[in-house]
Design a protein around this ligand. Structure first.
Ligand SMILES: Nc1ncnc2c1ncn2[C@@H]1O[C@H](COP(=O)(O)OP(=O)(O)OP(=O)(O)O)[C@@H](O)[C@H]1O
Length: 594
């Protein structure tokens, strides 16, 4: 067997898991805060993880190097296993660990570095407060009075509303409150209703109709609804109501409500929505994320903030330097909860939640909810009686407003397909917003250069870009100054840009959840959209999941994709079958596309 070994005197679990990586097909797994080899082993053998191999390895190494700087790799053989190992080996060598100003190491190759403002999350300066002996105003979770029109609604009416809107209460049926069908049924304060009335919203979206009363009633919640279905207001408006029913902030108090999200762009976007509602309520809010002025964020915190929206890394930075605290926090949201609980963020989330008093309401929102994360999530609730709400299928599902086109091409055909697609699209409509995803920073830069040569203007965002460049790119894309944005996964989740016409996946993401989130940047609210994805035989391991997502969304499945799936079942694939050039986008006319 071809082995890659890791020597880790400090942490023997590294060796064990490492040889597991190479000894058989890699099973991406979570890295728990405790880093216990036993738990790692059990989790890594569970079938759950949708995280990509690459993500896993990069995260794993980043943590491993921090734990044990003597981690190293050695010796590889030949054959398919060795090729796999070599690919990973190259990947490891591409990693570039560099200590930050605290002497902690960051992974500068992976674009996960851009998802993690401070990757480490292992801060020694934070201990769990002694909650029993700490004087603080008790949180109030009991303020929601359903409107008479809500309580008078008959059981049949409620049932048919839930049925028509595909609202499934997966867990907690016995204590789920009745849905709110109109904005004025939520008992929202006039300040909130004022802002709502200025938007062109007619009624709450289904996830809001059912999610609002649950959140307002102080219950723990997992809320899963398709991309673009209004989840942000789903948790923000109850957060503001919650804040308004707590004792006022005293000097040096930290926030009452905390929202955590995985990327800076998403934090910024949520912060902007929150700001619009906070203004009229005289509530203070701020965003904490890396790459932006720390001193300005500190000034906001010092002034007192009712609501903080943060990436875990920057929040931990402020917590570990004791420049803020969470002793008043009683409403905690994990937006993109599955991403927040995956291997990269879990230790950080645990550390942060250790700083939040146990009397807290916890809400998790996402469009995807993979099995393994579900198990993990229960760890974060204080009791077993949380409600799990699902809008639409309980299977992994994509937004049905999106027409999903998938082409199977050779690796060599990817670039011509991209160029053909973009030149055709731009000839047809120079202003249609197109969002292009690639897996690596290098590929993103390369695609941008190619477009530049074709005189197609675009911006690119990834973790190596400065925050101001990233902000400008999003701003220009939003305003329509630039109609093509090329991005890594930093733009995959949550980004809400009006009327993105098409999402082009130059690379199929290794996690099917990421695919669902990426294509979900189009077809938001009740609009329609198109996604176009290039698949090569290198993606053979993702093909079955992709077919499942396509079928679930009632999409036609490209026969080439089915053929690829058959090849996989026959144990062939990986470079054995080459798809003819004519199957790719390079012959756009007269070719049947799906
Ligand atoms: N009640 C409503 N009626 C119409 N539009 C709404 C309503 N509530 C929110 N929206 C709008 O719907 C769009 C999508 O909302 P949002 O960004 O919250 O979606 P999401 O479910 O969080 O998506 P994702 O899973 O991609 O993060 C936003 O532009 C938002 O302003």
């Amino acid at each position: 067997m071809h082995r890659l070994t890791a020597r880790s005197p400090v942490w023997p679990g590294v060796t064990q898991v490492w040889s597991q990586l190479i000894g058989r097909e890699l099973q991406p797994c979570t890295c728990p805060a405790s880093w216990s080899p036993t738990r790692l082993f059990s989790i890594s053998t569970s079938p759950l993880r949708q995280l990509s191999d690459k993500d896993w390895v990069q995260s794993f190494l980043s943590q491993a190097v921090k734990k044990s700087p003597s981690v190293s790799s050695e010796s590889m053989g030949h054959g398919e296993g060795a090729q796999r190992a070599q690919r990973r080996h190259r990947l490891f060598h591409d990693l570039n660990f560099e200590p930050d100003r605290h002497g902690r190491h960051h992974d500068r190759f992976s674009d996960r570095s851009s998802l993690h403002d401070q990757y480490s999350g292992f801060s020694d300066s934070m201990t769990e407060p002694d909650w029993r002996n700490m004087a603080r105003p008790p949180p109030n979770f009991d303020f929601y009075q359903p409107a008479a029109s809500v309580t008078h609604r008959s059981a049949e009416e409620i049932q048919s509303f839930r049925r028509e809107n595909h609202i499934h209460v997966v867990q907690g049926q016995s204590h789920v409150p009745q849905p709110i069908l109109q904005f004025d049924e939520g008992n929202f304060s006039p300040g909130i209703l004022n802002v709502l009335s200025r938007q062109d919203f007619s009624t709450p979206m289904p996830i809001q109709s059912q999610g609002w009363p649950i959140a307002l009633a102080g219950q723990d919640l997992v809320a899963i609804g398709q991309t673009g279905s209004g989840k942000t207001l789903g948790y923000l408006l109850p957060a503001l109501m919650h804040i308004q029913h707590q004792s006022p902030l005293a000097a040096r108090d930290g926030p009452i409500a905390l929202v955590m999200a995985p990327t800076r762009e998403l934090v910024n976007q949520i912060g902007q929505v929150a700001h619009a509602y906070c203004k009229g309520l005289q509530l203070q809010t701020t965003c904490l994320f890396g790459g932006a002025s720390r001193s300005r964020q500190l000034r906001d915190l010092d002034r007192g903030c009712h609501l903080v929206v943060a990436t875990p890394g920057r929040l931990l930075d402020f917590l570990s330097s004791h420049q803020t605290n969470l002793t008043r926090t009683s409403y905690v949201v994990l937006d993109e909860a599955d991403r927040m609980l995956d291997m990269g963020f879990e230790p950080q989330i645990r550390q942060i939640l250790d700083q939040v008093p146990p009397e807290r309401q916890m809400l998790m929102w996402s469009a995807t909810w993979p099995q393994g994360v579900q198990e993990l999530a229960t760890d974060f609730f204080q009791s077993d009686d949380h409600i799990h709400l699902n809008i639409g299928s309980t299977q992994l599902h994509a937004n049905k407003n999106i027409t999903q086109i998938v082409d199977v091409v050779t690796s060599q055909d990817k670039m011509p397909s991209f160029i053909d697609f973009m030149t055709n699209a731009r000839e047809h409509d120079p202003h249609a917003r197109i969002l292009v995803f690639a897996d690596t920073k290098r590929a993103v830069d390369m695609l941008q250069r190619i477009l530049q040569n074709k005189r197609i203007r675009s911006h690119a965002i990834h973790g190596d870009k400065s925050q101001s460049d990233r902000d400008r790119a999003i701003q220009d894309f939003r305003s329509g100054r630039i109609s093509t944005l090329i991005a890594t996964n930093v733009a995959a989740r949550g980004l809400d840009v009006d009327d993105v016409k098409c999402v082009f996946n130059f690379d199929l993401p290794t996690s099917i959840e990421d695919y669902v989130h990426r294509i979900g940047r189009t077809g938001r609210r009740d609009r329609s959209g198109v996604s176009y994805t290039l698949v090569t035989s290198d993606n053979i391991n993702q093909v079955d999941e992709l077919i499942q997502v396509l079928k679930e969304a009632d999409q036609k499945v490209n026969p080439d994709l089915i053929e690829l799936s058959h090849l996989k079942k026959q144990g062939r694939g990986l470079g054995k079958k080459s798809f003819r050039k004519s199957d790719g986008y390079s012959k756009p006319r007269g070719r049947k596309r799906y």
